[in-house]
Design a protein around this ligand. Structure first.
Ligand SMILES: *Cc1c(COP(=O)(O)O)cnc(C)c1O
Length: 486
């Protein structure tokens, strides 16, 4: 494409913008149990307005825009206080959970570099101990920062971190131990206090990934739920990540990484005065950045207030109870784990969960499929948002039908064929054409996703994990291409 020779008028332009999104997911009607965290029209409008007003301001230099510095210090203070931090707690506003996690891992790495330089080099790298349920963002952080992932199993029934396994994985090279509150896939809270005690005993740092649920959990506790200790007040916890753009209901691009000790946070910072331009000093990954998400987060927090969040939390808790009880009553499905949060994973010993997801899509519901991994079988994931809470019964009625419909559909043929293809194959020497063949087996030929995803999901699920990763990267590499001119 070329940049158009002449400009386009506003009206035409916005018509075209809207036309482009005609195939986007329609989440507004509460039929999407994923992706969107929405506290209703009013809060959304407040967030959008604040976002728009500060969209043009630049967070590059906090001295040039003291408004942004003030928003950030106030947001960090409110959330640190909400999550057990004392007056010494510090934090950084980031673009999302992934950035918060990368920064916490960088702090841990550079803390290790200062205190234990001998664990770097000569084939060694600082180690990150991850229960296998920890979010993929930690693997990404390890990939970017040169850390070694030490994956440890979780309890096969509760899917919570196994404290003894974590203890056994600690070496003189351990830089950071991670626990989730809660984990995304199963919605369960790891035994944070026990993990942090083990970390403290060994003089190792401990990060709590409270990205998805950390904001809402204190409200659930106030509503009488038995939420275990998980926050900055737990002895041994040294950092914590919490997203405001999930169950804090702020517009996207809003997360925090928090610390009890400003000395550790300093390890997160980057400064460069060795080039011919302005000195670069950043706490986070981005340099020039819009003030929009920060102003919006500040505005939504102040708009809803503690009472507003408590009321939302009450609805979410009621919705979760209805969802869990309803799923337990569906013939053919079983709860994979007893959730501690509004995220529910559901397995089946009788039907293919991939067919159930497709059948639900055909009935207008978006729910996520999760691949099998170690002791966790293939399952269906529900993230409940306020808009879903009112639709739980309606969804369950369709879910019962979807399971019945799935019983009639064939499945499992792919797995055997795919597994056979990889017997004795050297994964590093795979020919790219193998991947085209694999995608075709699942019915994927162009870049258009097929209507039914079960065949491709079965193929992906049956592949060895590293092969699956190569395939997914290849898919993405195909997806982002220059548009073909008609
Ligand atoms: C969503 C999530 C993340 C990653 O956050 P992004 O905002 O998507 O970058 C990390 N940990 C948990 C538990 C999450 O649910």
């Amino acid at each position: 494409m070329h940049i158009p020779k002449t400009g386009t008028d506003r009206e035409t332009l916005f018509e075209r913008l809207e036309a482009y999104r005609s195939h986007d997911m329609h989440w507004q009607d509460g039929r999407t149990f994923a992706y969107i965290y929405d506290a209703g029209r009013e809060a959304m409008e407040v967030g959008k307005e604040a976002y728009k007003r500060f969209l043009t301001e630049n967070g590059l230099d906090p001295t040039a825009f003291p408004s942004l510095l003030r928003f950030e210090n106030e947001v960090v203070s409110m959330i640190a206080t909400h999550l057990g931090g004392g007056p010494e707690a510090v934090g950084t506003f980031t673009s999302g959970g992934t950035e918060s996690i990368i920064l916490a891992c960088k702090s841990a790495r550079d803390h290790a570099r200062a205190s234990r330089p001998e664990i770097f080099g000569q084939g060694r790298a600082p180690e990150l101990i991850l229960p296998v349920t920890a979010h993929a963002a930690f693997h990404k952080a390890a990939h970017y920062l040169g850390l070694k992932v030490v994956a440890v199993p979780v309890d096969p029934l509760t899917f919570k971190a196994d404290v003894a396994a974590v203890r056994a994985a600690i070496t003189d090279g351990t830089a950071l131990i991670v626990g989730s509150a809660p984990s995304y896939a199963h919605g369960v809270i790891d035994p944070i206090a026990e993990l942090a005690a083990v970390a403290a005993e060994h003089g190792v740092l401990m990060h709590v990934d409270a990205c998805v649920g950390g904001f809402l959990l204190p409200y659930w506790r106030r509503l009488g739920e038995p939420v275990p200790a998980f926050d900055l007040s737990v002895p041994g916890v040294t950092s914590l990540s919490v997203d405001l753009h999930k169950y804090g209901f702020c517009p996207k691009g809003a997360s925090l990484v928090l610390y009890n000790d400003a000395n550790l946070r300093e390890k997160q910072a980057f400064a460069c005065a060795q080039w011919s331009g302005y000195s670069v000093i950043n706490m986070a990954v981005q340099s020039s950045k819009t003030g929009g998400p920060l102003a919006a987060a500040w505005a939504v927090l102040n708009f809803l207030g503690d009472a507003g969040y408590l009321e939302i939390a009450r609805q979410m808790l009621a919705g979760t109870r209805a969802l869990v009880a309803g799923i337990e009553a569906v013939d053919g499905l079983r709860l994979l784990a007893r959730p501690d949060f509004c995220m529910v994973s559901v397995a089946s010993d009788e039907v293919s969960v991939y067919h159930v997801v497709d059948e639900m899509a055909a009935r207008g519901w978006t729910i996520q499929a999760q691949f099998a991994f170690q002791t966790s079988p293939a399952n269906i994931h529900f993230s409940l948002a306020p808009a879903n809470a009112a639709r739980v019964e309606e969804m369950l009625a369709d879910l019962r039908q979807a399971v019945q419909a799935a019983r009639a559909l064939p499945s499992g043929q792919m797995a055997a064929g795919v597994a056979a293809m990889f017997e004795g194959v050297d994964l590093t020497a795979l020919d790219p054409s193998v991947f085209a063949e694999l995608l075709a087996m699942g019915g994927l030929t162009g870049t258009e996703l097929p209507e039914r995803m079960a065949p491709i999901n079965e193929v992906l699920d049956a592949l060895p994990r590293p092969v699956c990763e190569v395939l997914l990267k290849g898919f993405l590499n195909q997806l982002f291409r220059q548009p073909q001119q008609p």
